[in-house]
Design a protein around this ligand. Structure first.
Ligand SMILES: Cc1cc2nc3c(=O)[nH]c(=O)nc-3n(C[C@H](O)[C@H](O)[C@H](O)COP(=O)(O)OP(=O)(O)OC[C@H]3O[C@@H](n4cnc5c(N)ncnc54)[C@H](O)[C@@H]3O)c2cc1C
Ligand SMILES: NC(=O)c1ccc[n+]([C@@H]2O[C@H](COP(=O)([O-])OP(=O)(O)OC[C@H]3O[C@@H](n4cnc5c(N)ncnc54)[C@H](O)[C@@H]3O)[C@@H](O)[C@H]2O)c1
Length: 499
């Protein structure tokens, strides 16, 4: 039986980053992948959806007629969009393969990666069975990392057929732009695909939101802003609606939606996309054979070093990424994968601190989030000031003729005035958000930001001007621009102003 220092199940961002970190420490690594190399980080996930988003955005800009140019004969073909998206995914997969092959080949080096295409399941705490195209083999690992990611949550009593009723894994199977699409679930995936299809302007888009606001975990003002932009882009949002049934007819799907206020609506669409969250992927793994017990929510609980606890003790089995039930993000998976391997190598450095984690949401315009929002601070009973600054006042946004957007920063309402979180939208929000992640990580107060020369013209200047409004030192004043600049304060004694 082949033996390795580290066996990793899953080659998504968690598994791949862990494999390469293993090589850094001279480990003999076996990476097992049962599906697409790179997992949901690449195919049917982050990279493919973002490629499609970028193409849709280019198209929607090209279709504009208010910028002094007018594209003539603008057309778009789904097959070619799809091919471009797959090309992007392959480009990344070939980079990954090149690195794996380099470390598989070079026997002079201590560290190595062996890639096995197959599905793995536990035999015991150190042994896995891997089913490949050529048969089944058993392999042994001193340490094992579970990085099996997540899969789309199933909608009760609704079968995904991959053609007309799909989840995010079926997007690239579509043969052409659907004339009408129903998206069920108004979280990040639902809102991103509603943005993409409405940007291409070939599809009538219906988004079903079971609550009264999309993105239920975000602050109400952010959710309302996203909904307004979706609606402005042509999306019909069905708030407080639940899907009752979908009946398949030869040429269309008949959908019944039930609204909270008692009425129902019958709609005709061509494709239904289910996007109601993702659940940990432990299906094939037989974790019980290794003594692992997933929680009621179906996740593997890990300690701060990403070790799975067996019989109350940290074990040789680690888990990282979506399978752990932490925020399902590429960056979280990558850092957890690295952290796990560092612990195996005896290098326990920094603790993973999720307080400055960022999420980028690819809507029109994009929305970026870092740290706490108002809902979180109110739940934790932390007094704060929220400063809001509209992109309408930011020169770079004016120059881009793209002033829809804002910066909202939360600071602690005490003498320290520490930066606790930011929500930002508009051009480049996904790039400058990390500057605030650094400030949160360092525990910086707003005073530190006010000392810095912010480059001009940059959209990031809004961060400084937003913070200047706290303490009444902004260049543009709320009194002159009450809708564009304002401060909101909250303390635990106030009534909860958000549900
Ligand atoms: C449509 C979509 C868009 C997204 N966009 C973003 C984004 O913009 N930004 C962001 O930060 N995050 C995004 N995400 C989330 C991000 O892709 C995930 O958080 C990330 O991929 C999780 O990484 P992972 O390594 O834990 O798992 P995965 O990437 O899911 O990889 C797990 C791998 O394990 C393999 N596997 C599972 N079981 C077995 C087994 N028994 N044997 C062998 N192999 C197995 C799977 O085939 C898979 O390849 C998106 C996700 C989706 C679905
Ligand atoms: N840009 C990004 O960072 C990005 C992009 C895509 C996905 N992701 C990750 O993928 C994960 C999954 O995305 P998602 O949008 O599927 O999940 P989500 O948790 O963001 O949203 C799920 C939505 O479905 C709704 N819902 C749940 N059950 C329902 C039901 N039975 N009927 C109707 N609605 C229901 C929820 O209220 C919520 O609005 C996210 O948590 C995110 O971390 C990230």
């Amino acid at each position: 039986m082949k033996q390795y220092d580290l066996v990793i199940i899953g080659s998504g961002p968690a598994g791949f980053s862990a494999a390469v970190r293993g090589v850094d420490f001279g480990m003999k690594v076996c990476l097992i992948e049962g599906g697409h190399l790179g997992g949901a980080g690449i195919m049917n996930g982050a990279l493919t959806s973002k490629t499609m988003y970028e193409l849709s955005l280019d198209y929607s800009v090209a279709a504009r007629v208010d910028r002094g140019y007018r594209a003539s004969g603008l057309t778009v073909d789904y097959k070619q969009v799809r091919n471009t998206v797959i090309q992007a995914a392959k480009e990344k997969q070939y980079q990954m393969r090149s690195q794996i092959e380099t470390f598989a080949r070079n026997k002079q080096m201590q560290g190595s990666i062996t890639l096995i295409h197959g599905m793995a399941s536990f035999i015991d705490q150190h042994t896995l069975s891997v089913k490949t195209e050529s048969g089944e083999e058993n392999i042994k690992g001193e340490n094992i990392l579970i990085a099996t990611g997540s899969q789309p949550r199933k909608y009760p009593d609704l079968e995904v057929d991959g053609e007309r009723i799909i989840n995010s894994e079926g997007i690239l199977s579509l043969k052409h732009f659907p004339e009408r699409i129903l998206i069920i679930g108004s979280g990040i995936i639902g809102c991103e695909f509603a943005t993409i299809f409405s940007n291409f302007k070939q599809t009538e888009v219906h988004l079903v939101d079971r609550a009264n606001r999309v993105l239920p975990y975000e602050d109400d003002d952010v959710s309302d802003y996203v909904a307004e932009n979706l609606t402005g882009n042509g999306v019909t949002i069905h708030h407080t609606a639940q899907l009752r049934t979908i009946v398949k007819h030869p040429g269309h799907l008949e959908v019944i939606l039930d609204y909270d206020n008692g009425h129902s609506k019958v709609l005709e669409v061509d494709v239904a996309l289910i996007s109601i969250g993702r659940v940990s992927n432990l299906k094939y793994l037989k974790p019980e054979n290794a003594g692992l017990t997933p929680t009621d929510k179906g996740i593997l609980e890990i300690n701060d070093n990403c070790q799975v606890i067996i019989n109350g003790q940290p074990s040789n089995i680690y888990a990282a990424g979506d399978v752990t039930g932490h925020s399902q993000l590429y960056s979280v998976a990558e850092l957890q994968g690295r952290k796990a391997v560092e612990k195996m190598a005896g290098k326990v450095g920094y603790p993973l601190d999720y307080s400055h984690m960022s999420t980028l949401m690819f809507f029109k315009p994009e929305v970026a989030a870092v740290g706490a929002n108002e809902k979180m601070l109110q739940k934790a009973g932390i007094a704060y000031k929220a400063a809001y600054y509209s992109n309408k006042l930011i020169n770079r946004a004016i120059a881009m003729r793209s002033t829809t957007g804002f910066i909202k920063i939360l600071v602690s309402d005490d003498h320290e005035q520490r930066i606790l979180g930011m929500r930002a939208s508009g051009p480049q929000a996904s790039s400058y958000i990390v500057s605030v992640a650094h400030l949160i990580n360092q525990g910086d107060s707003l005073g530190e930001v006010l000392k810095i020369f912010y480059p001009h013209p940059s959209v990031a200047e809004g961060i400084q001007e937003c913070l200047r409004t706290i303490g009444k030192r902004s260049i543009y004043k709320p009194m002159a621009f009450p809708d564009e600049i304002y401060i909101r304060e909250w303390k635990p004694s106030d009534q909860m102003d958000q549900s």
